[in-house]
Design a binder for this molecule. Structure first.
Ligand code: TXA
Ligand code: MG
Length: 358
């Protein structure tokens, strides 16, 4: 299959034509990759079981891993979800359109192929203008996982989508680089208080300011100890570069020393070594291929560049990547969640005495 890439332009009229073409493909049961504010999604008609099945096939995704249904209008939520609790309405009012996904009991309209066999459905209204008009034009309900091959880092550029899915899907809408760079926060409303199944840009503190207490899924970050996370997708190794990735935790000066030491050792064994650090630590590393993910002063930059940098290391053909770790309040929690998964939980402790900023 030939994959066409269509760049969205500043010309509204031209964009309309492209979005119309994308919507037609969806209505015919085909797949279209499109930009959202978090990562690129691989879209299909969420109410068409055959179309959902194509997503699993194109991504090589395990069929028990449910898809998020993307909507563009609040009034469409009631058509796919039953029992929408007042707290969910409050979160929708505060954060939709935006990087928040909520899980509800599903209505009969949503096929089990879309929900990975579950009786619940995950719903999100993205804020990206291209995503919103594409969803509306296509009929209102787009099932979309991240548009990467299963297990690979999520795409933050249309080029990343093409790297993974060229020849497997008919159309990629190129909206340029995404704004956030990591996937939406997922909150499950089938329990009270609601449970965060995947941390993201919308932090627990932001949600608690609107609806009071939320819980974290006890399975998060505990996979290494045999505890299963509740979101089926969170149990798989994910977001992973081709190289071995090792996270070094601890206070900053010690982390730099440890990474330099590990890098020297690996270089001595003839390995190609990548180092993932920040603007603050750029000057500290003398060996290996250094890449800065952003600045610790602005966590947003770290989230935005994470996946792109993992893919860049792949292109450079490094064998092993040593990465600094990031603090857990705020967005750092979501970044660490993704890095831990990408590393398959391979973590090295730099020292016992944890300094500030590590
Ligand atoms: O930001 C995002 O959410 C992006 C963009 C494209 O919107 N989408 C995304 O989809 O990250 P995906 O498929 O890569 O991740 C969806 C996650 C998986 O871990 C899946 O298991 C979980 O959501 N999930 C979906 N439906 C669920 C359900 N009914 N119950 C529990 N977990 C669910
Ligand atoms: Mg994904």
């Amino acid at each position: 299959m030939e994959t066409t890439v269509k760049k969205l332009t500043l010309d509204e009229q031209e964009n309309k034509g492209i979005i119309k073409m994308a919507a037609t493909l969806i209505q015919e049961g085909s797949l279209v990759a499109f930009p959202t504010e978090t990562v690129y999604g691989l879209g299909a008609d969420a109410l068409n079981p055959e179309a959902s099945r194509k997503i699993y096939e194109a991504k090589g995704r395990p069929s028990d891993n449910p898809l998020i249904v993307h909507i563009s209008r609040m009034e469409d939520l009631g058509k796919i979800a039953r029992h929408i609790p007042p707290k969910a309405e409050k979160l929708a009012a505060a954060f939709w359109p935006g990087p928040l996904t909520m899980i509800f009991a599903k209505s009969g309209a949503v096929p089990l192929e879309t929900t990975g066999g579950l009786q619940t459905v995950a719903v999100r209204m993205p804020s990206h203008p291209v995503a919103l008009s594409f969803i509306r034009e296509a009929g209102g309900f787009i099932a979309a996982p991240s548009a990467n091959t299963s297990g690979r880092p999520s795409p933050t550029l249309a080029e990343h989508v093409a790297e993974d899915l060229d020849g497997r899907i008919p159309l990629i809408l190129d909206g340029g680089p995404v704004g956030i760079g990591i996937e939406s926060t997922i909150v499950d409303f089938s329990e009270e208080p609601p449970v965060v199944l995947r941390p993201g840009y919308i932090t627990p503190a932001m949600m608690e300011a609107v609806i009071g207490p939320v819980k974290m899924d006890p399975g998060l970050g505990q996979e290494a100890f045999g505890v299963r996370p509740k979101a089926p997708g969170m149990k798989y190794r994910h977001y992973a570069p081709k190289a071995e990735l090792i996270l070094v935790e601890g206070g900053l000066p010690k982390v730099q020393e440890k990474i330099s030491c590990l890098a020297r050792e690996a270089l001595g064994k003839g390995k190609r070594v990548g180092i993932l650090g920040t603007e603050e630590t750029r000057a500290c590393y003398k060996e290996g291929i250094f890449k800065s993910i952003g600045t610790r002063q602005e966590e947003d930059t770290i989230a935005r560049h994470l996946y792109g940098i993992l893919r860049e290391f792949d292109k450079l053909g490094v064998d092993i990547i040593y990465s600094e770790s990031f603090g857990s309040p705020g967005l750092g929690q979501a970044v660490m969640n993704r890095l831990l998964k990408a590393a398959g939980h391979r973590v090295v402790e730099a020292s016992e005495d944890r300094g500030i900023g590590g």
